[in-house]
Each structure stands twice: as structure tokens, then as C-alpha cells.
Design a protein around this ligand. Sequence first.
Ligand code: FEO
Ligand code: CA
Ligand code: CA
Length: 644
Amino acid sequence: MKDTTSGSNAAKRSQSTAMREIIAERVKRRGFLLGSAAGLGAVAAQGFVGSLFAGTAHAQAAQSSLGFAELARVLDHDAHVAPGYRADVLVRWGDAMKAGQEPMEPAMMTSDDQAERFGFNCDFIAFMPLPKGSQGSDHGLLCVNNEYASPNVMFPGVTWDNMPDSLSDEQVRIIDASVGHSIVEVKREGDRWTVVQDSPMNRRFTMASDFAISGPAAGHPWMQTSYDPAGVLAKGTHYNCAGGVTPWGTILSCEEGAYDTFGGTVADSPHAAVLERYDYDGSDYYGRTRIEPRFDLAAEPNEPNRFDWVIEIDPYDPDSAPVKRTALGRFHHEGATVWLNSDGRVVVYMGDDSNFEYVYRFVSDGTFDPANPETGRNLLDQGTLSVARFEADGTMRWLPLVHGTGPLTPENGFADQAEVLLKTRLAADALGATPMDRPEGMEANPVTGRVYANMTKNKNITADNLNPVNTRPENLYGHIVEMIPPGTPGPETDHTAEVYGWDLFVLCGNPQAPEHGARWHSETSESGWFVNPDNLTFDPRGRMFVATDGANEIDLPDGIYGVDTEGPARALPKLLFAAPVGAECCGPCFTPDGRTLFVAVQHPGEDSESLETVSTRWPDFGTDSLPRPTVVAIQREDGDEIGT
Ligand code: FEO
Ligand code: CA
Ligand code: CA
């Protein structure tokens, strides 16, 4: 079971997914050995083998509905896409977003310049059609999270080990201007997508941007700072990982944990217990306290409480104020996928991306009327946040995080609903939620209504703390959980129900390596199986596309894999796109016509110690080119629908 009582930072860190640990794994991946103690025995011991592929016709030749010739898997300095397809560079780190801007010159970059250019480490992507309300597929706003910065491939001489001392103050400011979110107007002309450089809709959000705070925690004493005594206006966003799109034309951008942002001694903070539960370590990893005192825990003890939320942005109004919506809880938010229930209530599925953390759901109190989009404006401020508990009998229950119910009382440290939200992880602990193997992307299949949750991996899970839905010790390869609301598939699917069913969709890893304990469709190819599912999406026909993050550790590229979730080819994956070395794939996003798939290729070359030994200069490949996080547009050569 999860150790929720450990007071040791080191012990906590060993359970957390601090960015440094993730990056360190990438850097040392060449020495990684495949063998692990995980295996089918552990799965069998849990008794789930029989339920894994019920309904899958293993004996008959499966016909994947995904009509493309699979890419032969290769890990090298370049990106690769399946035969008959193309993957064009659309927008890269540093690309111009204002009229008159010249191409980026990294050596000349200033923080003011970076704040008006496309950000670093692209992650979540939303394509928001123009005009607003249309289902157009040739013109829109591309809304892209910029999760964090990789200074080792941005600045000469900088390594992960010599930071932050190796960074100048201006480089720290550039980093803070490179993260957050970028909105760019894009157009397809002929068969090419381009950025509208001088669009008035282009917009950046950075660590200097203002965010309104709404919902139950707005104005709470813990949210008040010296520069915002009312506790209603936060400054900055970063670690923006995945996200979501609302039916009223806004996007949700998720803050995935500011734990290494602050400097000082956590134990001396008035919020020490909470900060430790949220993996804060006082390391000030990027050197931010040098440039802004608010990142000093002693100087501004409430500042951390204003991060780790879900942000709502209206991309169609360039003057709109972005909002941190506290009703959606405070944790390491991976994504926030939105489902409009048949009764008009809005449901948001969210994962907390750390080892042994939880799966969450928010259900709005009010309802959305598509005929009146204004009804969505503040819908995410009032509703019920719940956390998932998975049972061994194949059911799962949503446990409400509501102040005054069960253990969520003042006697147990929850004075009001604001405190339940500010301490979401602690409240979920108290309710007995199921610890998961790092919940990343979650999406509902638009055709069936079933919800899929990617568990990317959890090397710290042991035979002693397995549970019904996390079944492999030292889970290095991850798995995908299928959550089944009552009524699926069908028009009466109820995403507000207290009890769902669940199944294990796939157990990732190499099906030819028994020690992986992988479970796929029996006809899975040598290039088709994958590890470390991160984000996912569905095409208009309800086929799943998974983006992976972590395959370089076993000398495979991260990529985009199409997978049927229904029919005889259920759980049969096919490789469509492979990223260059060092990069993960993120944010897969289709245009409404299914003819373009946008993919964020994040942190190419980040596995390098520094620019002096960089492993790839993708996508430009000039002698002095830097590797650049890039959104690519994948299309069929003949322009037809992807996967048909
Ligand atoms: Fe930012 Fe959970 O990956
Ligand atoms: Ca992710
Ligand atoms: Ca990840």
C-alpha cells in the first residue's frame, strides 16, 4: 500500500515522479537492461487473466479497422511515419507568432522575445475550428501546452547536473517565458498546414501571465499572498501537461506539479505536511528564487498553493482572462477530458500523474445547453469531485470528495470544501482510493462511451502492494484501464453514475518476452506493441490512438499507435509514427474530418548530456541547429481520412 505517513522527503521522492528522475532515466537509458521480475505469474495470481480479453476472437484472423501499412519501428535521429503518410513540421519552439518577427536565433534570444514566440516542450494539443462553432478542418486555432524547459538542449554548456548555477538570470527568465501555453492560428492550403504569423488570435501564456482564481478555494487564506492579498489572481503557469476541450469552445490546460519550483526548507513551511504529500522538495531546480522572491517558501509561503490546478482558457477571445478552476482539485494534473452527459451535466476525467496516485472525476452541478454556449461559462466552478476505487469484482466506485461527508471533517483536518480541494490528495487518501501506476491520459471513446485511462508505469510497485487494477510488480511498461459507465455502448450511457465496471484493456510490453507479462491481441506485430502509454485520443470513427513516453529506455522510439477497441481486432496495435531519439509523443489531436492528426514531439535530444553532445538536431538538421520541440501534422499522401 502507499505510504502516506512517511515524513522522509527522500522516501517521498522515491515514490514521486519528480521531473529530474524522469529526465535522469532518459539520460541513462542506454544502460538499461530489459529483464525484470514482473511476469505473468503476478497477473495470474491476481486472477485476471480470464477477464482480460473476453470477447476477443484470438483464433480467427483479425482484420484491423486501421487501414494503413504499419511503420517498421526504428529509433534514430529522425522522425518516421507509415508508408503513404507524411508528417510535416507545423510549428517549432521559437517560431514567430507576431508580424515582422524574424526566424529564431537561439544565441540572440531574450526573455521578452521568447514570450512572443512558440513555447518549449509542446504537449497537449487542441484544434479549435474557425469560425467558432464550426466543424471546419482547414482553419483553426492550435492550442498547445508548453510543459517545461530542457535547458541542456537550449543553452550551451548547461547540463541537468550543473543547473541552476550554470544558468544566467536571463536564461532563467527565458525558461519562464518558454513554458505555459501557446495559441497559434493555423490554415491548411492545398496539402500544407501553415501558421498565420500575424494573427491577432496568437497568444502566449507564461510564468508572468495573470490567472483569475475561481471555485471554492478562491480567496481562501491559503491562497493569499503579499502581492495578491485577496487570493483571487495567480501569477504564472508551468508544467502544463495534457488538457481537454469543453463543449462551449474553451480549452483546459493542466498543471502537473510545481514541486521543484520553490526554494527553501519545506519542513519550515506552515503547509509542510501538504507540500510533502505533493512532493515539494524546496530544490528550486531552475534557480527561480534568484529572479523572483515569490518562489522562496519562507518569503511567500502560500505561493505553492496557487499551482497544481486546471486552467480554463477561451482561445477565441484573445482578451479573455484565463482562470484556475479550483473545483477540479489540486494534484499533478495530467489531463482533463470532458464528456457532455445526456442530461446536460458536464463530466471531467482527470489523472494524477505520480506513482501510487489516483484517478478523479468531476461532475458539474449545472447543465450545459448547446443552444446557449454561455451556460458553460462558470459550469466548472460548482460540482462534485470524486476519486476512484477499483474493486476485485470488476466494479469501480466514485467516492465523493465533499466536505462534511465521511472522514472529510474538521476533526480530520478539513475545515471546509476549500481545504478538501487544497489537500485533494490527502482527502483521497482518507477515502481509500485505489493507488494507481501513474495515471496519465484519459479519454472517452466517442462511439462507445467507454473511458480509457493510461497508466504509464510504476517501477516502485512491488508484489506487496499490487491491487486489482495494478497487477504487475515493478511495472516498467504500463497498462491501459477500461472504465465502463452503465449503459455503454448506447445513448443512455451515464457518466455521472456512482458505480462503473472496469477491465484491463492491455498490459504493455513485449508480448514475445515472458518476463514483461504483456497482454495484447494475439496477432500483435513486432513493431506494434508499445510501452508507457501517455496521452491518447480517438478518431471520428472511435479508433484509439496512443502516444507513448518512455520507450527509449528499451531502445525503441516513442510513437503514435492506432488500436481498435472494438471487434475482432480489439487490442491489436499498429505503429503509425515514430519520434526521433530523446523525444516523447504527446497531445495527439484529429481535425474533425479525421484527415489530419496533429502530434507534439516533445524534448527531442533531451537524452543528451548537453548541446555539445546532442543526439539529434531534429527537425532542422543544420550544422548548428538545436533540436526543437515541434508540432507535426500527419496526413495521408492522398489527403484521405487517416486510417481508412
Ligand atoms: Fe507531463 Fe504526465 O506527463
Ligand atoms: Ca504526459
Ligand atoms: Ca509522461
